[in-house]
Write a protein that binds this ligand. Sequence first.
Ligand code: FE2
Length: 225
Amino acid sequence: MNLVETEDREDPCYDTPAYRSTELRAPRRLYLLPEELHDPTGPVFGESDVGPLDSDLTRQHDGEPLGERIIVSGHVLDSVGRPIANTLVEVWQANAAGRYAHDVDRHPAPLDPNFTGAGRCLTGPDGEYRFVTVKPGAYPWQNHPNAWRPAHIHFSVFGRAFADRLVTQMYFPGDPLFDHDPIFQSVRDPKARELLISRFDLETTEPDWALAYRFDIVLRSTPFE
Ligand SMILES: [Fe+2]
């Protein structure tokens, strides 16, 4: 992949008024993380090992989930393009109808008994990862009147240590909701916003089975390092 230089290298503002809940969430100052969270030998996997079914969100129940089956893959790289191997990538998402399998999601769209919407995998030697899932639906949220989130998949990527962790969202090309979404627009540089959009990946598409999208992730040093 090509690393893209963006004009605005700053992170999005922590407090973005159009994204209302940032008013309460945004830290008022930076906090130093404890030294042990910078330790690359620290635990990141929780209580169980990562298994092969963890990365296939369509095979975690007795039946197959409804929706458009897709393959989402890419590479995790550091800021100079070197692969980050053997790092944990986690995803979570709404089902094809735009509903999360979560108690606080009251959106009146159907739950899918064959879809939980959570997956994880470890990157391979070249920093590559791969998930099989279904394309998530857009869903409404309470941020402002008639607010809808563009379809997206949440990503968490552990770099070489817990303190490197990045949590972000992957979007799909051509979504008409981009211009109306304060979360997407909280990234002010248009070139940086483009990097949040996966690209359709015909090469990875499997005939008669699944479309594919590619999403590469670059981790750069945090201010804490
Ligand atoms: Fe979401």
